[in-house]
Design a protein around this ligand. Structure first.
Ligand SMILES: [Zn+2]
Ligand SMILES: [Zn+2]
Length: 226
């Protein structure tokens, strides 16, 4: 399936109906003349993602600045190694980086989803919130643990719109992933303090009432699974 355009400069290059059934959504966003990719899918839909990227007529090594992984789960990070092999820097939080470097089957949810995880080097591993410079603009990486210890959200502007990409911040929690309900709550509050128009999540995107889903999550509390 071809990619979708959510808003000017914001493309969905991977996802269940786009690249592979078990891929979380992968986004590519345009910042100035450069692009940032958010999440890499399982790796099993990589060829489809690649053709979506090429369709935009961009030079991958020259125009893509970073591949940022919101967390270590295989549906988001399994394709990291393919991007790394293309010469792109892989960026994520230190607390989830080890699972990606080693391909730990329970931390990456590779055992639960029954998809093998190809370990990948991590080029830049972050320990705290960080501003990254992309083509003269800055994008903010915010540590939002809860779903996993190293889950991050990315806050940035594209053509005048404020965007927050949250990975699985609103997803389920699980003991084997070292999920944490208290951190989950604090992370959601951290995101609610921002001003944003569009939410890009690993399993949905929302433009109409972007804050409502966060309020409703806080009201209902986290969902734990076995
Ligand atoms: Zn996911
Ligand atoms: Zn996840």
């Amino acid at each position: 399936m071809p990619m979708l355009t959510i808003s000017r400069g914001i493309y969905v290059i991977g996802g269940p109906e786009i690249s592979y059934t078990y891929d979380a959504y992968s986004y590519m966003v345009k910042i100035g003349n450069e692009y940032v990719i958010i999440d890499a899918g399982t790796g099993l839909g990589f060829a489809n993602m690649l053709s979506n990227i090429l369709e935009l007529g961009i030079d991958i090594r020259r125009n893509i600045r970073y591949v940022i992984l919101t967390h270590c789960h295989v549906d988001h990070a399994g394709g990291a190694y393919m991007f790394y092999k293309l010469g792109l820097p892989i960026v994520m939080h230190e607390a989830d980086a080890e699972a990606v470097r080693t391909g730990n089957t329970s931390r990456t949810a590779s055992d639960m989803l029954n998809i093998s995880f190809i370990p990948s080097p991590v080029t830049i591993s972050l320990r705290k919130d960080k501003e990254l410079n992309v083509n003269g603009s800055s994008i903010t990486i915010i540590h939002t643990p809860g779903h996993t210890p190293g889950s991050i959200s990315i806050y940035f502007q594209v053509f005048g719109k404020n965007i927050v990409a949250i990975g699985d911040l609103l997803g389920v929690l699980r003991k084997e992933w070292f999920s944490n309900g208290e951190e989950w709550r604090k992370s959601i509050e951290k995101i609610l303090a921002l001003d944003f128009d569009i939410v890009l999540s690993g399993h949905f995107y929302e433009r109409k009432n972007p804050k409502e889903i966060f309020y409703s999550a806080l009201e209902h509390g986290p969902t734990w699974i076995n």
